[in-house]
Design a protein around this ligand. Structure first.
Ligand code: ZN
Length: 661
């Protein structure tokens, strides 16, 4: 008896544990154990369930691992046709939809707005509280019976608390994370990757072996339900489904007018890339179920709903050529020249191929038909080659042996995938460095674009970015289409950039791996370029969000005498290389410089920093002569020694808190 109690307890623990890991994986996108460990728990539970069926549960996670493979899918007739929703592509069509509704009902209505998940629609039928049927849309009237496959989807409840027979509809999808994982696995096995998460989802649901489907980690969002007695609005239908245990997308709301709905569409067209799954639009439904019934259906679609489709982020086109661009650090980047194609609202004629490893991975050839994708990035990328359309005339892409700009022999660092031009005086590199230096997020020099920089470098007027500050208007006037006025204006703009905030200057220097965010972090931790230069690699690497790779790159940059000279020349030209003091007048701690070491009791170091800075204090990573206080927590580092040596006042966390209050 006691033995049995123990087993029952272990099984209960396993249910809880597995549910916890599922929650981490599926809800928080944050897996905390490996797939192997997870499988081991499932196997243990499944073995116990077989031996002790009296303790097993109907909603056990073992029901999700998939049954036996099947020969083919049976057809299943939908009880209600699964119609598709009309698509619209612009605001005017949405207003027209609204006018039609008003004409038909003789009054305005409230709408309900939901994200259009880019997945595969399925119908699920429940009887006596159990999931009994899962079906694909098919032609809308007859679909495939995919019950065993949908049971593997952890978001879909296997049991529900109500007994009546009902049907729900929703979208099966794959998260971006799982899509990338799957494609990595496929390419590692030498198989074709999927073009996008929707294709991957559709392909997974069509697998005849449910065990394989289970490994794909498909997800589900419900968007509708049919009950004996429906709640009065779409909003309440979803709320009801949520209470039954179905996953409802949290982004949803009512709109009192079509204009409000349009605003929501615009908002999510921009924010779509922040989501962990793909969406391709917004669905706008008449909220009242009674109104929906009055409006009814055409032969193809409901009259009470419309989908606003975002501009497509993927398109197919042909690669006409692959050229090689030289970046500011000498990196050679292959770029595909495309047959121009319409994509996400713009015409695209180039796509990034990242590096030659990527070309090999995708097996890209000149002349190939390819999928290009633009998902938030400025430059679209090639995601997949359509090999079926190859004619045999496609040409291999070969990494160049010489830099296309200066003819230097190309090098490849052993630990990096990129080929590089090693010549720091390579005109292409100089141009890119200056272009980066002048860019908006860096020194923000208006009017200094690619064309002028090309001329300045080609004529030898500028060899590096420090040279910019000695240009005079007369030199610029000799450039084609540069008048007196614009020449003077450009020189003024160059001079005006001298007082840029420290973080912009750090970014402008063009240190490898130091992007905008890292520059911001460095400016928060150091008060001048010199301080960063003097910081040791370990201090840099220990800063949150900097890390060892960037730290080494910073040290390499400042160890190079050419760069030190460059900075000296920037200083001589009058460029501010120190942090301007913040809130000098208001802050209680204005002008006081703190350094923190060790672990604090009540706050993290970041939190403490933020508090001090809010009061106008400066907080640095490095002890120097002008440090006023070292805040020492538990297990202080070498900073304590250094502070003692320099005679800097050492205070405890409690003392700081007193100062703050
Ligand atoms: Zn070169």
């Amino acid at each position: 008896m006691e033995e049995k109690e123990k087993i029952k307890k272990r099984m209960n623990d396993l249910y809880k544990l597995i549910n916890y890991y599922d929650q981490k994986y599926y809800i928080e996108n944050n897996p905390v154990i490996s797939d192997e460990e997870y499988d081991r728990l499932i196997h243990e539970l499944s073995a116990l369930e077989e031996k002790y069926p009296e303790f097993s549960r109907q909603d056990s996670p073992t029901k999700r691992i998939g049954g036996k493979p099947i020969e083919e899918f049976k057809s299943v007739k939908h009880e209600r046709p699964m119609l598709s929703i009309d698509n619209t592509y612009n605001e005017e069509e949405l207003r027209e939809f609204d006018r039609r509704i008003k004409r038909a009902l003789g009054r305005a209505v409230e709408y309900f707005l939901e994200l259009k998940i880019d997945g595969v629609a399925v119908s699920l039928v429940y009887e006596r509280g159990l999931l009994t049927k899962g079906a694909s849309r098919g032609d809308g009237f007859i679909g495939d019976d995919i019950t065993e496959n949908v049971k593997t989807i952890r978001d879909i409840p296997l049991i529900t608390p109500i007994n009546e027979k009902f049907e729900v509809r929703g979208e099966v999808y794959m998260s971006k994370f799982d899509f990338e994982r799957l494609n990595r696995e496929k390419t590692n096995l030498g198989e074709e990757p999927f073009a996008n998460p929707r294709n991957a989802t559709a392909g997974s649901l069509k697998l005849l072996n449910p065990k394989e489907v289970a490994k794909r980690r498909l997800r589900f969002f419900v968007y509708g339900g049919f009950f004996e007695k429906n709640p009065p609005t779409q909003e309440e239908v979803l709320e009801f489904l949520k209470n039954l245990g179905f996953p409802v997308n949290p982004v949803r709301r009512k709109a009192r007018s079509i204009e409000e709905a349009i605003e929501f569409c615009k908002e999510w067209e921009i924010k779509r890339n922040q989501l962990t799954y793909s969406i391709d639009g917004v669905v706008i439904k008449v909220n009242s179920i009674r109104d929906q019934e009055i409006l009814g259906y055409t032969s193809k679609s409901p009259r009470w709903a419309v989908a606003y489709k975002f501009p497509a982020e993927q398109a197919t086109t042909t690669i006409k050529d692959v050229i090689v661009q030289v970046g500011r650090t000498g990196t050679l980047t292959p770029v595909a020249i495309l047959e121009p194609v319409h994509l996400a609202g713009t015409t695209v004629s180039r796509a990034s191929l990242h590096n030659f490893d990527e070309i090999a991975r995708l097996d890209v050839k000149i002349g190939d038909r390819v999928f290009v994708e633009k998902a938030g990035e400025i430059i679209p990328k090639v995601v997949k080659v359509i090999k079926e359309t190859r004619t045999g005339k496609e040409k291999e892409v070969i990494p160049p042996e010489k830099c296309p700009e200066c003819g230097s022999n190309v090098v490849k660092d052993a630990d990096e995938v990129a080929y590089r031009c090693p010549n720091v005086s390579c005109p292409a590199q100089i141009k890119e460095r200056i272009l980066h230096f002048a860019s908006r997020r860096a020194m923000n020099i208006q009017g200094l674009g690619e064309k002028i920089i090309n001329v300045l470098v080609d004529r030898g007027l500028v060899k590096d970015y420090a040279d910019l500050y000695s240009i005079n208007p007369e030199q610029l006037e000799r450039i084609e289409r540069m008048g007196k006025v614009s020449s003077r204006k450009l020189v003024e703009n160059i001079q005006a950039s001298k007082n840029i905030p420290l973080q912009n200057l750090i970014y402008a220097l063009g240190i490898r791996y130091i992007g905008e965010r890292a520059s911001e972090v460095l400016a928060e931790n150091f008060t001048s370029i010199d301080e960063i230069k003097d910081a040791d690699e370990k201090t840099l690497a220990n800063i949150n969000e900097i890390g060892p790779v960037a730290a080494r790159s910073i040290k390499e940059f400042f160890n190079n005498p050419r760069n030190l000279e460059l900075i000296q020349r920037l200083k001589r030209a009058g460029i501010t290389t120190e942090q301007k003091e913040l809130t000098r007048s208001e802050g209680k701690l204005s002008g006081i410089k703190f350094v923190i070491t060790g672990t604090l009791k009540n706050y993290t170091r970041e939190e403490m920093k933020t508090q001090l800075k809010r009061l106008g204090a400066r907080v640095s990573e490095n002890i120097s002569k002008d440090t006023n206080f070292l805040i020492a927590g538990e297990n202080p580092g070498t900073k304590l020694e250094r502070a003692k040596k320099l005679g800097i006042k050492i205070i405890s966390e409690d003392e700081v808190l007193k100062m703050i209050q």
